[in-house]
Design a protein around this ligand. Structure first.
Ligand code: ZN
Length: 114
């Protein structure tokens, strides 16, 4: 029998790990922890890839909304409602500017991760 120095429980002589979580064999512990670290990195990479896709979709949606607003603004302008038309174009430009900012932030994050 092998007594756990952490919790005092008697374990099997071949036991690598006590039920309390204490590792008798340190080399096994290092192996396991680096393995889980690799898995965590994988999960992190996968989730950040998902975020990139969501961010790219957001940019595309912003551009579409912006373009529609510009067209609607010009149509409204032509129909005589100059103030509404102008504000619509202004809103569209702000939306497109947001999309540009997201794009710049994304490229900065991509570069820092390499
Ligand atoms: Zn223990």
């Amino acid at each position: 029998m092998k007594k756990c120095p952490f919790c005092g429980k008697e374990n099997d002589i071949n036991a690598i790990k006590c039920s309390c979580g204490y590792y008798f064999d340190k080399s096994k512990y290092v192996e396991t922890s680096s393995e889980s670290a690799t898995n965590q990195t994988k999960i992190y990479k996968n989730s950040s890839r998902g975020n990139f896709i969501i961010a790219n979709i957001t940019i595309i949606v912003f551009y579409i909304i912006g373009l529609i607003s510009i067209i609607a603004g010009f149509v409204t302008w032509n129909n005589g409602d100059k103030i509404i038309g102008l504000s619509s174009i202004g809103t569209a430009l702000v939306i497109i500017a947001f999309a540009e900012i997201i794009k710049i932030l994304l490229s900065i994050e991509k570069n820092t991760r390499k």
